[in-house]
Design a protein around this ligand. Structure first.
Ligand SMILES: Nc1nc2c(c(=O)[nH]1)N(C=O)[C@@H](CNc1ccc(C(=O)N[C@@H](CCC(=O)O)C(=O)O)cc1)CN2
Ligand SMILES: Nc1ncnc2c1ncn2[C@@H]1O[C@H](COP(=O)(O)OP(=O)(O)OP(=O)(O)O)[C@@H](O)[C@H]1O
Length: 189
């Protein structure tokens, strides 16, 4: 299938999940995230969920990282919807968050950090294919972000759904992810 069809289908699938299903799937994803060995990562970039889109909420996992990997710094972003670029900031227990116009929580008065310092990224996505190609909301924020990262960055993502066989219309700008955490299973591409 093509990106537009998959984007529409998986937005709908996610919207149709009941609160009870989301609660169960969230627990399973959390278990997968906690089973991964993050010990070598000092700067871990995490998205913060857009609640109205029913994205997996990373906040419980971020608190878990603060507790279990105290040397790890969580990095979050502010989005520029004119250039479709992200700027990155340290997120700690004192950081104040305010939702932007698209409902994405963003830091206030945080310390900006260089993209090249980021060692691992946990990206939002709707679905991936069996090659790790991801579908997001179609503005290319994460493709631009990955293109500007250190070559050794670990690209991961979270999805409520198993990978589809193939996204037919991959662009030359698309940067695949290496790992996806899904309920009950972590896929490595
Ligand atoms: N939590 C989170 N942060 C993220 C992303 C994401 O997918 N999730 N992005 C990943 O790249 C970027 C933001 N991308 C976005 C792209 C479009 C819309 C949006 O609201 N689009 C339409 C409505 C679409 C719909 O209703 O389904 C709009 O502009 O009205 C929001 C965020 C950067 N930060
Ligand atoms: N590195 C880049 N430089 C310039 N333009 C880019 C780059 N990466 C992506 N784009 C543009 O952004 C758009 C991204 O479309 P695509 O459908 O791949 O987005 P997506 O991966 O679903 O979105 P997101 O990354 O925001 O979740 C394309 O039109 C593409 O031309």
């Amino acid at each position: 299938m093509k990106k537009v069809e998959l984007r529409a289908a998986y937005k709908q699938k996610r919207n149709e999940l009941t609160n009870a299903e989301v609660a169960e799937l969230d627990q399973q994803i959390f278990r997968e995230l906690c089973a991964y060995d993050w010990s070598k990562i000092t700067y871990l970039h995490c998205y913060l969920a857009i609640a109205k889109f029913k994205e997996y909420d990373t906040m419980k996992f971020i608190h878990w990282i603060w507790e279990h990997y105290p040397h790890t710094q969580i990095v979050i972003s502010k989005s520029d919807f004119e250039t479709h670029q992200l700027k990155h900031y340290i997120f700690d227990q004192d950081t104040q968050l305010v939702p932007n116009a698209w409902g994405i929580p963003e830091p206030v008065d945080a310390i900006e950090i260089d993209t090249l310092k980021i060692e691992a990224v946990l990206a939002p996505l709707l679905v991936v294919d069996e090659f790790g190609n991801r579908i997001g909301y179609g503005k290319g924020f994460y493709d631009r972000f990955f293109a500007s990262c250190n070559f050794s960055v670990l690209r991961t993502g979270i999805s409520y759904f198993s990978p589809v066989a193939l996204i037919e219309d991959i662009g030359e700008w698309d940067v695949p992810i290496e790992l996806v955490f899904t309920p009950g299973k972590t896929y490595c591409f």
